[in-house]
Write a protein that binds this ligand. Structure first.
Ligand code: FAD
Length: 548
């Protein structure tokens, strides 16, 4: 350098933008919504995280519309669904799960109060579809077909619509005015859905329906109470779970039916709990539930049991009925039980065993037997295949062996849940749409991989107390803000902030990558708190850089 002090500086005559550093890339980040655990656990696949993103911004109607894609029952499910989505919520492993059920109920209530209606998604069509049964499966199918423009007729044996929502689940758990308005506003008023109540479908009617309609959905549920095969079950004062609840809901029982009486309920499921709580409301002075299952095995939902116990109902586990004794005047007044030592066999099948040397007796005025439900399939008279358990046999697309006849809900599965019935109605509607459109029935939906808790970038989340009761917009927004948005971009901007190549820009609705400059370093993937960005190998991406 010979002591020279000259410094050389390179000067570019254009911007460095001309050097497309993206050409070096062998992998690229892509925004790809992944499956949130809440959606994965919801039988109907409700887009919960997407809805909560809108709740966060106070966009309640849009958030409600997101639920309406998969279910017409946000209010109802907000009230009675066991919400498997909450048990699988990733936030539950951080502090407490999001109150999804409560937010959903809030949105459903807002919709009813503000008279929001769902939108039609296709033009009117000429094809007519018959739905037998107006429970949640039938109504969900009617809703999905109605919004796709089909002419739908529901045939319902009872004078009321709603199936077990109306005559099983009692009004103290699901207010009837709101249920009626949710069915009216979301299903009956906006679409071409006719309802024929007091219309029992018999073998003859079923044949006529098949001639008149291009497709049929059987959603007749499980209306029969399973019987106990034992001496004394026909004595006066002995009732059967679902028929007792149906009669109560239809106002057929006197309000003082059990005034001052001791009522024993046999069974440990949801129907038994509802029967016991209903007995209290019909004046019983003492109600006791006796079931085969142990405390740990009792099948009713934990919350329902807590509610029953809080109302003063006693529960005795691990007892099986042996004999009903009459009072000599044709009424039951005593029931004998034996100790149940196990309910299931080694393979998990129902096969109770007893120690008959250990006995217990109850003095009673009335007994309600609630040990299960069955379906009456006599109207099908062998025309549609059944399973050995006397349920309608269907394939994955819910199609029976008779072309154009589909089935779903409790008549196919077994007594299950409202949301499972809603899911079946949705699936059947998609299959019927395919069938009538001449497309293959098989439904294939790629839902992607579930976002696991361990994948989330937890450094970006703060601990916050769960709002258990959502009664107003503020608490709904606060609770929605707790959502991790697993698998969905929540517009936090981390990808933009951390990108060393300034290759992330803000688009209209979300962030976008400028692949001319993205070198595929993966920092954005690392920093994304919700794991909605994935890295894809260039060779696996259709629109590779060489195609541009
Ligand atoms: P259903 O709701 O049973 O509806 C079937 C309809 O078909 C009925 O209206 C019936 O009258 C009609 N029908 C039957 N045969 C004919 C015919 N031949 N012609 C015309 N119509 C016919 N689930 C939950 O998620 N949460 C709960 O808290 C809960 N509590 C429950 C409490 C009780 C007491 C009961 C019985 C069930 C409860 N369930 C609960 C389960 C849930 O209600 C059912 O899984 C769901 O209603 C099944 O829906 P579905 O449409 O298949 O049948």
């Amino acid at each position: 350098m010979n002591g020279s002090t000259e410094v050389f500086t390179s000067i570019s005559r254009s911007t460095t933008m001309s050097t497309e550093t993206g050409l070096w890339r062998v992998q690229r980040p892509v925004f790809e919504p992944r499956l949130s655990p809440c959606r994965s656990a919801c039988p109907a696949g409700n887009h919960i995280a997407e809805s909560l993103k809108l709740v966060k911004d106070g966009e309640f109607q849009k958030a409600w519309e997101v639920f309406l894609e998969t279910s017409p029952f946000p209010f109802t499910c907000g009230d009675v669904c066991p919400h498997p989505c909450e048990s699988s919520c990733n936030r539950g492993k951080f502090d407490e799960a999001i109150s999804i059920r409560s937010v959903e109920r809030f949105l459903g209530e807002e919709a009813i109060k503000n008279n929001w209606f769902p939108q039609r998604i296709a033009e009117d069509k000429d094809e007519k579809v018959a739905i037998i049964g107006s429970g949640p499966a039938g109504l969900s199918c009617a809703y999905q077909l109605g919004r796709r423009g089909y002419q739908v007729t529901i045939f319902e044996a009872l004078p009321v619509i709603g199936g077990m929502l109306q005559v099983g689940i009692q009004d103290y758990r699901l207010p009837r005015d709101f249920l009626g308005r949710e069915i009216g506003n979301n299903i009956l008023l906006p679409f071409a859905v006719n309802v024929r109540t007091n219309y029992l479908v018999t073998q003859e009617v079923f044949e006529k329906i098949k001639q008149e309609f291009q497709a049929v959905f059987i959603a007749t549920g499980a209306q029969e109470a399973r019987a106990l095969n034992m001496a004394g079950v026909n004595l006066g004062g002995v009732f059967h779970g679902v028929s007792f609840l149906r009669d109560k809901a239809l106002g057929k029982l006197p309000p003082d039916l059990f005034a001052g009486q001791k009522v024993l309920v046999i069974g440990g499921g949801g129907v038994a709990v509802d029967a016991g709580r209903s007995a209290l409301r019909l004046g019983a002075k003492e109600v006791r539930l006796v079931c085969l299952e142990s405390q740990e095995e009792i099948p009713a939902y934990e919350q329902d049991i807590k509610d029953a116990v809080n109302e003063g109902i006693g529960i005795d586990c691990s007892w099986g009925p042996e004999e009903f004794i009459g009072d000599g005047r044709g009424r039951v007044n005593e029931v004998h039980f034996a100790r149940c030592t196990s309910v299931f066999d080694a393979k998990g099948r129902f096969s109770p065993s007893f120690d008959r040397s250990v006995k217990k007796s109850y003095q009673v005025d009335a007994v309600i037997i609630a040990i299960g439900q069955a379906s009456d399939l006599s109207f099908l008279d062998g025309r549609v295949k059944r399973t050995p358990e006397e349920r309608v046999k269907v394939n994955d697309a819910l199609a029976t062996d008779v072309p154009g006849v589909f089935a779903g809900g409790d008549v196919v599965t077994q007594p299950a849940t409202v949301i499972e019935a809603v899911a079946a109605g949705y699936k059947a509607a998609l299959s019927i749409d395919n069938y009538l459109g001449g497309k293959p029935l098989t439904l294939k939906e790629e839902l992607g991989q579930v976002v696991e808790f361990e994948e989330l970038n937890l450094g970006y989340f703060e601990h916050k107390t769960r709002q258990s009761q959502i009664n107003d917009p503020t608490s709904a927004i606060e609770e929605a803000k707790r959502c991790f948005s697993c698998g969905y971009c929540n517009l936090c901007g981390n990808c933009w902030l951390f990108c060393p190549d300034a290759a992330v820009r803000r688009g209209n609705e979300h962030y976008e990558f400028n692949y001319d400059y993205c070198k595929g370093c993966g920092i954005c993937v690392e920093e994304c708190p919700t794991k909605s960005i994935i890295l894809k190998k260039e060779r696996d991406v259709k629109e590779s850089i060489t195609d541009r």
